[in-house]
Design a binder for this molecule. Sequence first.
Ligand code: GLN
Length: 307
Amino acid sequence: MQDLINDIADTMANAERRGKVADYIPELSYVDPKQFGISLATVDGKVYSAGCATTPFSIQSISKVFTLTIALGQMGDSLWSKVGREPSGDPFNSIVQLEHESGKPRNPFINAGAIAVVDAIMMGHEPKETLGEILNFVRYVADDDRICFDHAVAASEMAHRDRNASLAHFMKAFGRLDHDVDKVLGTYFHQCAIAMSCEQLAHAGLFLASDGINKPSGIRVVAPQRARRINSLMMMCGHYDASGEFAFRVGLPGKSGVGGGILAISPSHGSIAVWSPGLDSYGNSLLGTQALEMFVQRTGWSVFGHY
Ligand code: GLN
C-alpha cells in the first residue's frame, strides 16, 4: 500500500496541468500550486502518507461534513426541515434554486445549505461558543489538539463576502435563518478556515469508513445509520455540479473544498485525504481527483465494484 501511495504522489508531483488556485478568497491565492499530499488511514489502524501530507491547508467546504455531523447530533432529523438532501446540479455558490424553492437549500454541502446548517448549530449559543464547539469536534475526531482556525483566511473571506452574504440575506428574507446574517457568515467563514493536513483529515474521516466508530480510539461518533447517510450525501452532493463526474471516475463518497483538499471515504476500508491547490472549473482539486481515480483503480476500493 505504501508503494501505491508513493506512486500516486510521484505521478502528481510531475503532472504538468495542475489547475488554478482559487483567488476569489485572496488569501488562498498565495498557496503554491506545486504541492501535493495524500494520506490514507485504514480501519485497521494503519496510516500511509506521501508528499506534503503533514502540511496544513484550508479545508474550506470539507468542513461541511463536520458541521453536518454536529447539527444532526444536536437536532436529529428535524435538520431536514431546514435543508434538503438532493443534488443541486448547480455550482457551490449558486443562488438560482433558492428563489424557486422558497429559500430552502437543496443540500448541506452547497454554500447556502452549509450556511443554514451552521445557523442551526448556533441556536442557543454565542457565535464564539459555536466556533469552539466546531473546532473541538474536529480536534476530537482527528485526535489532534493542534488543529486551529487560520484567521487570515477567515478575515479574507469576510472581506470578500458579497456572494455568500447574498445567499444568506436571501434565505433570511424567506425566514430561513434565525440569526444575524453577519454572525452566521462569521461562523461559517471560520469553519471553512480550519487548517488541517492530509494526515489529520484522513484520521478525522475514519468514523465514516467504520460505521460511525472512530477506529483508533474505538469511540462511537455517530450511529451506523447516520454514517451511511452522511456518506450517501457526500456521494450525491459532495462535489456540487460535478458530483456525477466524481462518482463516475472515483465511485467513493467524497467532499471537496476550494483549498484543494478532498476527503474520500471507502466504507470498511479507510479514509483518504488528498490535497493539491489547483482546481478544475467546478472548484474541485484537479490532481486530487486524478489521484483518487488512480487510487481506486489500483485498490478496487470503489463502492461500485473492484475495477
Ligand atoms: N468558504 C468557501 C465559500 O464559501 C467554501 C467553498 C468551497 O470550498 N467550495 O465560498
